[in-house]
Design a protein around this ligand. Structure first.
Ligand code: NAP
Length: 484
């Protein structure tokens, strides 16, 4: 089925082609067929978008000057508009990214909830008074940053764009959003929803384009006051350097190598189900994937048996297959990278318990069988690097101390899972794990209300929760001398 949704840039409330007419071609990863042609922003288009956002973010601008309760009403209207567009967005996301409609539906629902959550905050941002010496009134108020840029990856194109957009808007900022050039379509539905919700012109600007051109122009733009970046650690480091040229603040949501730790007293059926979901959801293309399964040696074989059984029962399917439970990878080159990781694992001594090949029965599409590697040690490439595919590396441990040591021995620190029926083990591990998020007896899980982000090279700052309100505001201290 052809794509008939929005394909142009959205700047200052207008749909427009790129200044030099350049476009991006997208393909459906499940069929390898062309899917859509989308405008690709130039640096000049980025200038236009930042100017429009800047005007709306000014003190007398259309967004910042609104009463907070009106801003809240607009964000509730935006949530309603996204909800109304949900079926369309799910279909587009499935074709553009390859994820199953079930998974795309979860993403859209999460965005609706996120907009509603932050709509609630728009008129509840308060400051504080500070007790200082003498006859003075000293207070701190939180002010918007101005223009926030949102650069999103291809693995959760719609959900991750909305995750930072909603709090930024609630705090009175305006936005320029650049989706990945591999999945540019669903972001345009934020523009569609903003129009339907009556959001003033210039508040939400969407500029699909490449990272090297549009992305670089955004990050290096002196009119941008904050960059909310979600993507790989390597690109994130480059963006931090580029943003530093204008001393622009950043939020960095980067890669991960999550340990999912199964202690011997865990409910093994639940743990195996969580291990499966934690690596094969979204075909393993998840920052928070539980890609290292740490299993106590006493229950190792029983867990592997269950996980392999689940992996082999997983049906592969495209965005339009109702029975698909795992979609394709995003592209041929990414599939080749993941296959190379599997080979590296085998070369370094891991054992292939299941999977490892392209399925025979799928025809076209960038599918890989759900793959489980056993006999992995934590120094192997498959245990150290983010594979970003449906490849689970199983590592055995002998006791609690060894489990924590292996889990923390990683450059990343995004999410860790713990499976146990013992409260002391659960809370002890939660305290001992160097991760921004720890989930006990389910994996992975997050909510708009809870902070999302990582320790170490998994990032800086937090999205979601009240923590994101601090990311998108700046403190102003006011001292008033009351003497005389
Ligand atoms: P990526 O290659 O780092 O790209 C992310 C975004 O940055 C894309 O929009 C990309 O545009 C853009 N970009 C690339 N180079 C740029 C530059 N020089 N200046 C400005 N923007 C630039 O990441 P990805 O492959 O899309 O996503 C996968 C990665 O994201 C994984 O490492 C994953 O762990 C991480 N991730 C983290 C989280 C989290 O919350 N911590 C969530 C999801 C994903 P183009 O695509 O057009 O190049």
């Amino acid at each position: 089925m052809g794509y008939d949704g929005p394909t142009e840039l959205y700047i200052d409330g207008e749909w427009t082609s790129a200044t030099d007419g350049q476009t991006i071609e997208t393909a459906d990863p499940a069929t390898e067929e062309p899917y859509a042609t989308v405008a690709s922003a130039t640096a000049e288009d980025v200038d236009r978008a930042v100017d429009a956002a800047d005007a709306a973010a000014a003190r007398d601008g259309a967004w910042r000057s609104l009463d907070p309760s009106e801003r809240a009403a607009h964000l509730h209207a935006m949530a309603d508009a996204i909800d109304d567009l949900s079926d369309e967005i799910v279909l587009v996301e499935s074709h553009d990214n390859g994820k199953t409609p079930f998974e795309a539906g979860l993403d859209v629902d999460m965005v609706v909830d996120t907009f509603r959550y932050y709509a609630g905050w728009a008129d509840k941002l308060t400051g504080q008074t500070v007790p200082v010496p003498g006859d003075r009134l000293d207070y701190v108020q939180q002010e918007p940053l101005g223009v926030t840029a949102h650069i999103a990856p291809w693995n959760y194109p719609f959900q991750l764009a909305g995750r930072s957009l909603a709090p930024a808007l609630a705090c009175g900022n305006t936005a320029v959003l650049k989706p990945s050039s591999q999945t540019p379509l669903s972001a345009l539905y934020y523009a569609e929803a903003a129009e339907r919700a009556g959001i003033p012109d210039g508040v939400v600007n969407v500029v699909p384009g490449t990272g090297s051109e549009a992305g670089d122009a955004i990050v290096g733009h002196p009119g941008v006051d904050h960059v909310a970046f979600t993507g790989s650690t390597d690109v994130g480091k480059g963006i931090m350097s580029r943003a530093a040229e204008n001393v622009t603040g950043v939020t960095m949501e980067l890669g991960g190598k999550g340990p999912n730790v199964i202690f011997p007293d865990a409910d093994l059926d639940d743990a195996a189900a969580g291990a499966h979901y934690g690596i094969f959801m979204n075909a393993g293309q998840m920052c928070w994937a539980g890609s290292r399964l740490l299993v106590h040696e006493d229950v190792h074989d029983a867990v592997v048996e269950r996980v392999v059984e689940r992996a082999e029962a997983t049906t592969l399917g495209s965005g339009i297959d109702d029975d698909g439970r795992m979609g394709p990878l995003i592209s041929e080159s990414h599939l080749e990278d993941v296959e190379a990781y599997v080979q590296a694992g085998l070369d370094e001594g891991a054992t292939l318990a299941t999977g490892g090949s392209r399925p025979d029965d799928r025809g076209d599409g960038y599918f890989l069988e759900p793959t489980v590697l056993t006999d992995v040690t934590n120094d192997m490439t498959v245990a150290r690097e983010e594979i970003f595919g449906p490849v689970l590396s199983v590592i055995s441990f002998a006791d609690y101390e060894e489990a924590i040591e292996i889990a923390n021995d990683s450059p990343y620190g995004l999410m860790a899972g713990v499976w146990t029926t013992d409260l002391e083990t659960a809370h002890g591990a939660a305290a001992d794990l160097d991760y921004g998020m720890v989930s006990v007896n389910e994996y992975p899980v997050t909510f708009p209300q809870t902070p999302f982000g990582g320790f170490k090279q998994s990032g800086i700052g937090r999205e979601q929760g009240t923590e994101a309100l601090a990311e998108y505001t700046q403190a102003k201290n006011v001292n008033v001398n009351l003497e005389g």
